[in-house]
Design a binder for this molecule. Structure first.
Ligand SMILES: N[C@@H](CCC(=O)N[C@@H](CS)C(=O)NCC(=O)O)C(=O)O
Length: 147
C-alpha cells in the first residue's frame, strides 16, 4: 500500500510536469518559438507567401550577411517606393530556421539573401549584383512596375 503522503507528492510532481509541457507547447517549443512543428512551419509559410505576394520586391536577408548587403545595395540604387519593397532580417526572428526551410522548399536553396521580384525567385546576392551590372535588374524592375 502506498502511503498517502507519497502518493500526493507524486501526483503533484506529475501535475507540474504536465503544466510545464503545456506552457512549452503553447509558446511554440523549448526555445520559445522555432520547434519545427507543423504549426510553426505553416506560420513561416504564410509569412513568406504573404511577403512575396504583397510586395513587388521581397528580400529575405540577415543583418550581418555581406551577400545580403550586396543585394540590398543593388536594389536600393533604384529607389523602389517603400510600399513596393519589403526586406526582413531573419536573424532577428525566432522563426528564422522555419522560414529558411520553407524558402529552401520553394527556391531550392536556404542561403540568404533570397530575392523575389513580382512573386518569383530572382536570385541571391551575387545574382542580384550581377543583374544590376548587366542591366537585367533595372529591366526586370521596370517591367513589373516596381520602378
Ligand atoms: N552565393 C550566395 C552566397 C550566400 C551566402 O553564403 N549566405 C550566407 C550568409 S552570409 C548564408 O546564407 N549562410 C547560411 C545561413 O545563414 O543559413 C549569394 O550570393 O547569395
Amino acid at each position: 500500500m502506498i502511503p498517502l503522503v507519497n502518493y500526493l507528492g507524486y501526483r503533484n510532481r506529475m501535475l507540474k510536469v504536465s503544466f510545464l509541457k503545456l506552457i512549452r507547447s503553447a509558446s511554440g517549443g523549448r526555445n520559445g518559438g522555432s520547434s519545427n512543428t507543423s504549426q510553426t512551419m505553416s506560420a513561416a509559410k504564410s509569412f513568406v507567401d504573404e511577403a512575396i505576394a504583397k510586395n513587388k520586391v521581397a528580400v529575405f536577408s540577415k543583418s550581418y550577411c555581406p551577400y545580403c548587403t550586396k543585394a540590398k545595395d543593388a536594389l536600393d540604387s533604384f529607389k523602389i517606393p517603400s510600399d513596393k519593397y519589403y526586406c526582413v532580417e531573419l536573424d532577428k526572428r525566432e522563426d528564422c530556421d522555419d522560414i529558411q526551410n520553407y524558402l529552401q522548399s520553394i527556391t531550392g536553396g536556404r542561403s540568404v539573401p533570397r530575392v523575389f521580384i513580382n512573386g518569383e525567385f530572382f536570385g541571391g546576392g551575387d545574382d542580384t549584383a550581377a543583374a544590376k551590372k548587366n542591366g537585367k535588374l533595372e529591366k526586370k524592375l521596370s517591367e513589373v512596375g516596381a520602378i
